[in-house]
Design a binder for this molecule. Structure first.
Ligand code: SIN
Length: 304
């Protein structure tokens, strides 16, 4: 499937379909499982400076027909312990992107430096978790703060820097522009949409944190619109995320302007072999439409 090999932000990927952060990222073994299942690369769980428990249960709820609602609260073992997991995945030849979250530009920079020292191919900055006090979209929805973080990380590392952006804002493409201007090598769009559910029996919110983030099929049109608008405004690569479960979804994101995609919620349902199915399906779609590479198809829906 030569047609699927691609080079984005100076990193080679055997195909453009990556495991999204937050799914299967707890251990090096599960990252390796996604890669063995055919992923072109994997994005780690979002990792902070110190161990963090996250919110009490319930933290996740399946919303039939819509997708997954979650508010985990960024649980993670901290960068020092998590190093073992990254090293394990790398020892299996996995293309790893390290996801980090911090509360200040300096913390992001320090974490990114640690990820670089571990040997990841690029770092993805979580500027978009929709429900963690002092983190995620509390920083990333403000273009000036977002730019400070990106600039600090760029000054600290040599590996490519991807900024993962939030759709929970008035002007998503403005965030993409701020990231590009600050020096980001790519943007990843989108993280989950702020959402909630109430149990009619208990008459209480189903999540302990009350609101969380929605992922899955319901958010695909929103992710696609973000990618479309960003493609018209920025010149760095876009990593498309949101509601991908079929090869046609991947193809739509590519046509809208994504050079890579990340898949999360559907992997939880369908397992690692989903990656090979998506890659095979994308290969067929590209060839049927006369493309000889993924990069040729990127943004093709914009061409008149
Ligand atoms: C969480 O840990 O609650 C989710 C992280 C995210 O949405 O970025």
């Amino acid at each position: 499937m030569d047609c699927l090999q691609t080079r984005v932000t100076k990193v080679d990927f055997r195909n453009p379909i990556l495991l999204a952060s937050g799914i299967w990222g707890e251990s090096g073994e599960s990252l390796a499982r996604a890669y063995a299942g055919g992923a072109g690369g994997v994005v780690s769980k979002s990792i902070g400076s110190e161990p963090r428990n996250g919110y009490p249960n319930p933290t996740i709820e399946k919303l039939e027909g819509w997708g997954l609602l979650n508010a985990m609260g960024l649980p993670n073992p901290g960068i020092v312990s998590y190093g073992e997991e990254v090293r394990f995945a790398l020892s299996k030849g996995v293309r790893v992107i390290g996801s980090v979250f911090g509360g200040t530009p300096e913390e992001f920079a320090e974490l990114s430096r640690s990820m670089e020292q571990l040997g990841v191919a690029a770092v993805e900055l979580n500027l978009s978790c929709p429900h963690a006090k002092g983190y995620g979209s509390e920083i990333g929805a403000d273009p000036a703060l977002l730019a400070e973080v990106v600039a600090a990380v760029k000054a600290a590392v040599h590996i490519p820097v991807w900024a993962k952006l939030t759709p929970n804002t008035q002007d998503p493409a403005g965030l993409a522009e701020a990231a590009e201007t600050a020096g980001a090598d790519a943007i990843s769009a989108i993280n989950t949409l702020r959402a909630m559910a109430i149990d009619p029996v208990t008459m209480r919110p189903v999540l302990s944190h009350i609101s969380g983030g929605l992922s899955g099929p319901a958010i695909k049109p929103i992710g696609l619109a973000f990618v479309w608008r960003a493609f018209e405004r920025i010149h760095i690569p876009i990593v498309g995320i949101g509601g991908i479960s079929r090869a046609e979804d991947v193809f739509e994101y590519v046509l809208a302007g994504a050079s890579l995609v990340e898949v999360g919620t559907a992997v939880a349902d369908r397992g690692a072999m989903l990656f090979q199915d998506l890659a095979n399906g994308l290969d067929t779609l590209l060839r049927e439409r006369g493309f000889t590479s993924v990069s040729e198809a990127v943004g093709a829906a914009h061409r008149k």
